[in-house]
Design a protein around this ligand. Sequence first.
Ligand SMILES: Cc1ncc(COP(=O)(O)O)c(C=O)c1O
Length: 415
Amino acid sequence: MSEQPLGENTRAVHLPPAPVPRQEPLGTPVWRSATYAFATSQEYADVLGERMPGYTYSRIDNPTSDGFAAAVAALEGARVGGVTGEAFASGMAAITGVLLAYTHAGAHVVAPAAAYGGTYGLMSELLSRFGVTTDFVDMTDPARVRAAIRPETRLVWAETLANPTMAVADLPALAEAAHEAGALLVVDSTFATPVVCRPLEHGADLVVHSATKYIGGHSDATGGVVVGRPGVLAPVRAVRLHTGGALAPDEAFLLRRGLETLPLRVRRQCDTAALLAAAAARHPAVARVDYPGLPDHPGRETAVRLFDAGPEGTRFGAIVTITPHGGPEAGMALADGLRLAKVATSLGGTHTLAGHIASTTHRQLDEQALAAAGIGPAAVRFSVGLEDADDLIHDVNNALTALGRIGERDGAFNS
Ligand SMILES: Cc1ncc(COP(=O)(O)O)c(C=O)c1O
């Protein structure tokens, strides 16, 4: 049978593949292929059946996304070893993955009263429809957590540093309480990053991150990741495959690149945050500053005990909540008076971001609930970026001083 010359379209589709270099690329290659061709049907069946390593389809596994998850696992598990990761399309997809993996109708979860709003909503509005109940308790008090645990409790959910009060979770005490009851301790460590604290070293079974924040670090990519030992992570992987919340390779590229500068960025952001917190605490227009690096913060001792001490001492995170005197309008005026810091949602990027808490991230909470969560009506959360500390402090001081002047003029903020 004579060979028929291939037509133009066929030749265009069946182009020679791009070379795969033998040398290690230092920039992360982006594997955009959604599907992979096999030499034989047997190989296809074996890879899909997980009898042979390989890639079949990007919703299942993607080399760029897997590389990102493995890199986070290497940082979180640096001292405990044997840790792997699963990458998700967002922090919320990662949180959903863990919750669906470890709960079922009739199961119970103990979670922070001050949990991130998305997590709170997922647990209270969505999971509750499937018969999973959640008790939201003060996580800084292990006795209350212990009291909330029931025989059906499958998960104790904690946040290393809570939003926006920067309450510090006593992870070993929470791990002990969870494990005694046969439950897992899951820690959302988005605010801490593995630079500040590595919860697996303190008894956590799984660590979750919104990689959109510090890990990516430049406010240009959305992603999430869960890390833990392979046996604990396997059910989370199964949910990821079922629900399809896989991380896209382009995002994985950006997030993995962010990891290379994570320690440099986060240390610098923490140092600037400490200076800003101290400066704000001295300003007469300020009623309160929440930052665990300050001597009067209730979580300081726990942070010193659990957080990475490093050669330059403990870092306490880079979120500072500044509460001026007055009501909600004082908080909004403070945020609006800033020139360098941007009024925006999210955190962990190179730009300093500020937001009035009661009218934005915690708008669902009434005055009483805000007070119970330790949030003043005028509180403004700052995610400290990479600007020079002096410039940022100058910006915040100016906005606070202007606020003081307005308050003196019309008494508006003295409520
Ligand atoms: C502590 C925390 N966890 C999870 C998330 C959700 O992450 P994402 O926005 O990537 O879904 C956020 C987002 O703000 C967060 O602050």
